[in-house]
Write a protein that binds this ligand. Structure first.
Ligand code: CUA
Length: 415
């Protein structure tokens, strides 16, 4: 009759439900039958003249006391089952559960976090429930547990499972566009397996960039995709240094480049520089995500490693471009000297030469490389002749690709 029930303290909830349902059905049947009987017995043909009653003490006592006893009895069954679920056992293992649009975050006292709720079997767990943004409701049907999560209010609850396996966790409070997607799993493990999970790191997590792991942990992908498709928020792949039309809080529009500063602002205070065409719906992560972690996420989005160095693994898109555009006819990427200076170690180095005929020494930064590609004659490095044609007809994307590729070949100490 009932769905599976894995929380022993909530078994009384099922009893209370049955008892209340039983009484309700009983009363429905009695009232309906009485009604039908009165219709039959006291209709006009059988009973043309109504009789008058001047009160009946016994009847009044019965219809006052009987419902009172029933209602108190129903209250008692509800109260005892509620109390069992409200009384959190001493020494229960504490897990913080946070609801947010539109996913869950569970934090263990080791600091480990998870988007699914892992618990050991036959162990009382104290849940500290909270909400990040709007009201959610933490609902495990198999445990008959459903608690509202209200922003700014801390709610404690407890659970315990006597059964191994995976069980659904739903959000039971309408909380916006993707409320229906706010689903996760309760995973009940044997004690040793749970301990291993708590202390270990799953195989697939080991090679994962920390920026990506943080984005999963903080639920970025509940609204953003990494494959270029629009969700309720703009996609985040291939965002580095792209031009964005943003709206400032005063309504003014401005085109900016998605650089580290912009990306960090978008995480910490999304409303401050909102991309045109999207609603100001993302909660600010200021104070929630540490400054350091925000930098790691920004570096990940910019295609760099945790400390902001360009990733060396995998071919850089610019590597292909320098071949197609013929750069390698004169320039090398391995340090060997050709008709023009090598790209290796170029970025960040100091070069002497002539700017408009005047000798000067300059540091090779992003702007320098960009200028050298588009208008190489402006600055000619000592020892080389001014023979490179201006590449001012390259697309902005190609120039950016080549510049960033050359930057990856730069000297370590300057990046
Ligand atoms: Cu959260 Cu519905």
């Amino acid at each position: 009759m009932f769905p599976e029930q894995i929380f022993s303290a909530a078994k009384d909830v099922d009893h209370a439900f049955l008892i209340i349902l039983g009484f309700s059905v009983f009363i429905l049947v009695v009232v309906t039958l009485a009604m039908l009987w009165f219709l039959y017995r006291y209709n006009y043909e059988r009973h043309p003249i109504a009789s008058q009653n001047d009160g009946n003490v016994l009847a009044e006592i019965i219809w006052t006391v009987l419902p009172l006893v029933i209602v108190l009895g129903l209250f008692w069954t509800g109260w005892t089952s509620f109390k069992a679920m409200r009384t959190i056992p001493e020494g229960a293992m504490v897990v913080k559960a946070e609801g947010r649009m539109w996913s869950w975050k569970f934090t263990y006292d080791t600091g480990k976090t998870s988007s699914e709720l892992f618990i050991p079997i036959d162990t009382p767990i104290k849940l500290e429930l909270s909400a990040r943004d709007v009201i959610h409701s933490f609902y495990i049907p198999a445990m008959r547990v459903k608690w509202d999560m209200v922003p700014g209010m801390d709610t404690d609850a407890w659970i315990e499972s006597d059964t191994l396996g995976d069980f659904d966790i739903f959000c039971a409070e309408y909380c916006g566009l993707k409320h229906a997607d706010m689903i996760t799993l309760l995973r009940v493990l044997p004690a040793e397996e749970f301990q291993a999970w708590l202390e270990g790191m799953p195989e697939e997590e080991k090679d994962k960039p920390r920026g990506l792991a943080l984005m999963e942990e903080y639920g970025c992908f509940d609204c953003h995709t990494m494959d270029g498709t629009d969700d309720v928020a703009p996609p985040l792949n291939d965002i580095a240094n792209k031009e964005r039309l943003i709206i400032l809080p005063d309504g003014a529009k401005r085109t900016i480049k998605a650089d580290a500063h912009y990306l960090k602002t978008s995480i910490m205070d999304p409303g401050a520089e909102l991309v045109d065409g999207w609603d100001d719906e993302m909660p600010p992560y200021e104070g929630d995500l540490s400054d350091e972690d925000a930098d790691v996420v920004v570096n990940f989005l910019l295609g760099k490693d945790e400390s902001g160095k360009p990733l060396s693994s995998g071919p850089h898109p610019g590597e292909h471009m320098v071949k197609i555009e013929g750069c390698l006819m004169c320039h090398s990427t391995d340090g060997s000297k050709g008709r023009a200076s090598t790209f290796k170690g170029l970025y960040g180095s100091e070069v002497s030469g002539h700017r408009f005929g005047k000798s000067s020494t300059e540091v090779v930064d992003e702007a320098y490389i960009r200028e050298s590609i588009k208008y190489s004659s402006k600055f000619v490095v000592k020892g080389y002749v001014d023979s490179m044609p201006p590449y001012d007809d390259l697309s902005e994307e190609t120039v950016t690709g080549i510049v960033s590729y050359i930057m990856t070949l730069g000297g370590e100490e300057h990046q």
